[in-house]
Design a protein around this ligand. Structure first.
Ligand code: 6R9
Length: 675
């Protein structure tokens, strides 16, 4: 590859072989996809099995003044996504192909699964779900680590038309319980224990607490299916006799309710290995996935079947330039949308071979990612800027220990990637020979919406470049006027693409309010973006009260409400502050009750409370004593000023709307010494 100033051009050899060989080809395909969507997507549609064909290709309304917002693709068509991912690929002769190489937390713990074996397991588990009374449309909760059973569980749901609702296994029991209650899930699937790095996680115990919370909120989970994971982990761990005995003891201590709980392996023993797929409508729900909302309560983003299948398949193929025989690895957890679309649905729709990894980048050494790439000869690697930044800290030595020559495409997702991290990824990991795909998208978008294409798009470090096929981004100013040409504004989309969400579970009103009320006729992402002179788009980050810590999106409101629950807290306000590794971190201003001492124990109680109520990734970095908070005369907290105080920037701008200006000086005085 060569670089021209800030632009990095794909090399000649890479260009000739890629699915989209040039920018001219990209521009034509993109223009065609907008001019005649039916023609464009019909070619994709034809690759899949539809039990009945569509009658109405596509209809939508983004404009609330014209009636309810609605998005529909392939109405009249029926299909089954699990059938398309497994049975169809087996019929095409890919039965013996490896669907997943599974790599455990411990390097000695690994296995693999072919497409044929995967189908067998999925059918068996689909039958288990049926035996628990799960039927089409029922919600099934999943709270699991990155093990093959998690994928099996997802596809088993899809096979019988049930809707999976996965909660990341780093969320606390309260967060899990609230989500179970919101989606009214009938069955939960979890594991006894899991290891993350050196830490033992008691997932079944957390699930039990969550089920209790859910019951107290008025919804009863009928069954809980538990994978016995710890004993097999222990077997591969090279334990001393003493450690092994201890783990066995722990394994036997799993909390249990005989009426509700059952073991996965025992249920699977007698289950039939075939299960006829349930044909569902293209617009029937496939899954829901919670994402943070700026008012605090998480939103159950709902995705449907037909359009999502086409979009996951197409983005995977083009954005990773996947070719048969390639080995692809996405490090995202299945608890996030990236894990749904680019660990499971996209790769399997392309009969791809993937690596699925249960561990962390730091265990047993800081070279774990690079050693896994070498071990499986990974061709496409997809991870998050926060991981890249964390690994950069250890320098080049861990990288140099491994041969990374198999790599062709390097992906980034979750937050803007800073130039320094981009260059390190490009030079040290990709050896200046790989395309970097900085993919911008959201839980709501279902798949990539802004992204370079490998071997095609000249790259600029930090820019997500151009829209994917079928996507029409627009920048708007405060008043909703179009920004054409170079400029910065609100990033919105003018029309739906097939993989976009359809609604928020059980709350279409909130769906319309959140995404379609700020600008009439547009889907608002909540992000800002800049367009440069060459037409490249640069996502600048959230424009609402959301923050992105290590790629985990959360709202300031949700953290504030947890802090406010502490009896010693009178008021709390949370803002984000830039962080070298995490991208952003939580900076919390807390006004204690007059009787509450602001001491180390109080600070640690507050931090623990946030970890326990939301999850360890939400742990605040700073708790700042706030004698008062800067407010407008109407009582609104001025976060703009708090963000300045958090970075010790005294240039706070206009303060004319402040009710009490002395508050600001007081806050600068109480800044903790060590931040
Ligand atoms: C896929 C995912 C969505 C938010 C999104 C934006 C940020 C994601 C990005 C990016 C800049 C990128 N984001 N990818 N910002 N460049 N390449 O992350 O979904 O968890 O819903 O987060 O993440 O702020 O709005 P989700």
């Amino acid at each position: 590859m060569s670089s021209r100033g800030e632009v990095y051009l794909p090399s000649e050899s890479r260009r000739s072989g890629s699915h989209v060989p040039s920018m001219d080809a990209y521009r034509k395909m993109h223009a065609d996809s907008l001019a005649d969507p039916e023609k464009f997507w019909r070619d994709v549609y034809r690759q899949f099995h539809w039990e009945t064909p569509y009658t109405d290709f596509h209809s939508y309304n983004f404009d609330r003044s014209q009636g309810p917002v609605s998005i529909k693709w392939l109405e009249g068509a029926t299909t089954n996504i699990c059938y398309n991912l497994l049975d169809r690929n087996i019929k095409l002769g890919h039965g013996d192909r490896i669907a997943y190489y599974w790599e455990g937390n411990d390097p000695d713990d690994y296995s693999r699964l072919t497409y044929r074996k995967m189908l067998e397991e999925v059918c068996r588990f689909a039958n288990v779900l049926k035996s628990k009374g799960v039927a089409k449309g029922d919600r099934v909760g999943i709270y699991m680590p990155m093990i093959l059973e998690a994928v099996v569980a997802m596809l088993a749901c899809a096979r019988i038309g049930a809707v999976h609702s996965i909660v990341f296994a780093g969320f606390s029991s309260d967060s899990l319980g609230d989500r179970m209650h919101d989606c009214k899930c009938k069955v939960m699937i979890t594991v006894d224990y899991a290891y993350r790095g050196e830490k033992l996680l008691k997932l079944k115990a957390i699930t039990d607490q969550a089920i209790n919370r859910c019951t107290s909120l008025g919804h009863k989970v009928e069954s809980c299916i538990v994978v016995k994971h710890l004993p097999r982990l222990a077997a591969s761990m090279n334990c001393t006799n003493g450690e092994a005995a201890h783990l066995e003891e722990v394994a036997n201590e799993v909390p249990w309710d005989d009426d509700r709980d059952c073991w996965w392996h025992l249920e699977m023993e007698d289950a039939d290995t075939s299960c006829y797929p349930v044909w569902v409508s293209a617009e029937d729900p496939l899954f829901m996935l919670y994402t943070s909302g700026s008012t605090g309560k998480p939103k159950g983003v709902l995705h449907t079947t037909g359009g999502y299948l086409m979009y996951a398949a197409t983005t995977f193929k083009y954005v990773f330039d996947y070719k048969p025989g390639d080995v692809y690895w996405c490090t995202a957890d299945i608890g996030w949308i990236t894990g749904h679309t680019y660990v499971v649905y996209g790769p399997l729709a392309n009969a791809a071979t993937s690596v699925i990894f249960e561990g962390t980048p730091f265990h047993p050494g800081h070279d774990r990612f690079w050693s896994v790439i070498e071990k499986y000869k990974v061709n496409q690697f997809y991870t998050a800027p926060t991981a890249i930044r964390a690994l950069m800290k250890f320098g080049d030595e861990p990288v140099k220990k491994h041969c990374l020559r198999s790599l062709k495409v390097l992906g980034s997702v979750g937050e803007p990637i800073n130039k320094e991290a981009w260059l390190w990824y490009y030079e040290r990991i990709g050896n200046k020979n790989c395309s970097i795909v900085d993919t911008f998208w959201q839980t709501e978008t279902g798949g990539h919406v802004l992204t370079p294409l490998p071997g095609c798009t000249p790259m600029k470090p930090g820019s997500a470049t151009f829209p994917f096929f079928g996507v029409e981004p627009v920048l708007l100013d405060e008043e909703g006027h179009l920004i054409e040409g170079p400029g910065e504004g609100y990033l919105v989309f003018k029309r739906p693409w097939p993989g976009m969400m359809r609604t928020l579970f059980g709350n279409h009103e909130r769906f319309e309010e959140t995404y379609f009320s700020r600008f009439q006729g547009y889907y608002a992402t909540g992000d800002g973006a800049r367009r440069d002179e060459d037409g490249y788009l640069w996502v600048t980050g959230r424009v609402d009260d959301m923050l992105n810590v290590s790629g985990h999106l959360m709202s300031t409101a949700e953290v504030e409400s947890v802090l406010a629950e502490h009896p010693g807290v009178a008021e709390a306000a949370v803002v984000s502050r830039p962080h070298k590794v995490k991208g952003q971190c939580l900076y919390c201003f807390v006004t204690p009750q007059s009787s509450q001492a602001f001491d180390a124990s109080f600070i640690s109680q507050l931090k623990t409370q946030v970890r326990e109520k939301i999850g360890p990734f939400a742990s605040p970095d700073v708790i700042h004593l706030a004698p008062g908070l800067p407010k407008t005369r109407s009582g609104k907290i001025m976060r703009r000023i708090l963000r300045k105080i958090a970075v010790n920037d005294r240039n706070i701008g206009d303060t004319s709307t402040l009710a009490d200006e002395s508050v600001v000086a007081a806050l600068f005085k109480t800044r903790p010494a060590d931040v």
